[in-house]
Design a protein around this ligand. Sequence first.
Ligand SMILES: O=C(O)C1=C[C@@H](OP(=O)(O)O)[C@@H](O)[C@H](O)C1
Ligand SMILES: C=C(OP(=O)(O)O)C(=O)O
Length: 447
Amino acid sequence: MDVGGTLIAGPAMGPLNGTITVPGDKSMSHRSVMLASLADGVTEIRGFLPGDDNVATARMFIDMGVDIEWLNDEKTSLRVHGVGLHGLKQPAKMLDAGNSGTCVRLMTGILAGQPFESTMTGDASLCKRPMKRVVDPVRRMGATVSGPDGGNLLPITISGGRLKAIHHISEVASAQVKSCVLLAGLYADGITRVNEPKPTRDHTERMLPLFGQPVEAAADGTISINPSDRLTAPSCVVDIPADPSSACFFAVAASLVEGSDVTLKSIGINPRRDGWRRVMNGMGVRLTLEHEGKVGEEPVADVRVRSGGLHGMRVDPDDVPDAIDEFPVLFAAAALADGEFLLEEAEELRVKESDRISAMADALRAAGADIEERPDGAVIRGLNNLKGGAEVDALGDHRIAMAMAVAAQRADGEITIRNAAAIATSFPNFVPLAQSIGMNVRWQDEE
Ligand SMILES: O=C(O)C1=C[C@@H](OP(=O)(O)O)[C@@H](O)[C@H](O)C1
Ligand SMILES: C=C(OP(=O)(O)O)C(=O)O
């Protein structure tokens, strides 16, 4: 996929040092603007991630008549003038989710509850990703959905309204599926229930009560929501904590470069997002938590990472959903660790912005790494250093581009990373922040 943007990365010229704040959480930023738009009243959001994915979600609501005011040039603070659960207007044009799976899948639940027809599309990568997982449950709830491959592929056209409550047993461990069903459940005629094969991130469940809508999680894992009369804008500002998925790039970089000591400020440590720390701890990395606290309903802490101690391990399959977006960069750590790293039951990685198992296997192998693809994961045997001079393709996937920029810090020469522009979807200031702790990475056109 040609999206342009070439990064030149590595090797690090010395230890990485510093205390940095990464941008706001992508998952929570999406949910905050969705719930604020559907609430009665005005919601102020701070710490919003101004990445292309979240801006696409905000734009969808603007296209359906919601007034969103950006309160600063960086687009990290905004005021949303909610229109209420039944106040969205039929969009005059196709809604565009860009590169964002979270946007299109959660919006499927919301649009299923609207008494008008709307069509969503996305970029070339998103148009290849499976939508059946969200289309099937909203169809069972009574919405009509059409699109290529029986509605499995974008663009999809949805018309809905009052929905039937269902009990959805999801075959995939996906917070996007769970959240889609819960959001549709707001518009249902009874209690909507969801079960998932393994627990996934619970930001939707934590955020809905802030807007006056309780969500129940039973001991057997069933999550239930009542239909809603109205969501209400919270009386306090909605603060979004820093994104652990972004922090993980610098945590791995610090672990790889000798003598490094990096602190990542106020990172979300929600257990359903904290699999990356469990994996890095399992690999023997020195990670410590300082200043533990809460931002809104979410636990946070400063995470301090020092270099060294990297060895291989077998990832506990139960940790996979809790680290799902971090595996590209964890593969980079594994490629430079002592011994063997084994990941299983992670076939979901094959249906992200790229097939992340083969994308990382190809890129790391081009840089000399020893990595064997498995249908559901990989076996990686660590080396001391990657090969400089390699040219790799990020395939328009932000996480592949950033993971390879991190891996390159331990190469014996520069690595060229093509099709890296998609970094702007989740982490627009990745390059300057990386440079601020001493990582060797730059855009080619900055030369
Ligand atoms: O709900 C969310 O915000 C997300 C859920 C995960 O996707 P799946 O639900 O497909 O696992 C994750 O990969 C994505 O980046 C964000
Ligand atoms: C998979 C990701 O996002 P999405 O599914 O929202 O495109 C990601 O950010 O790594």
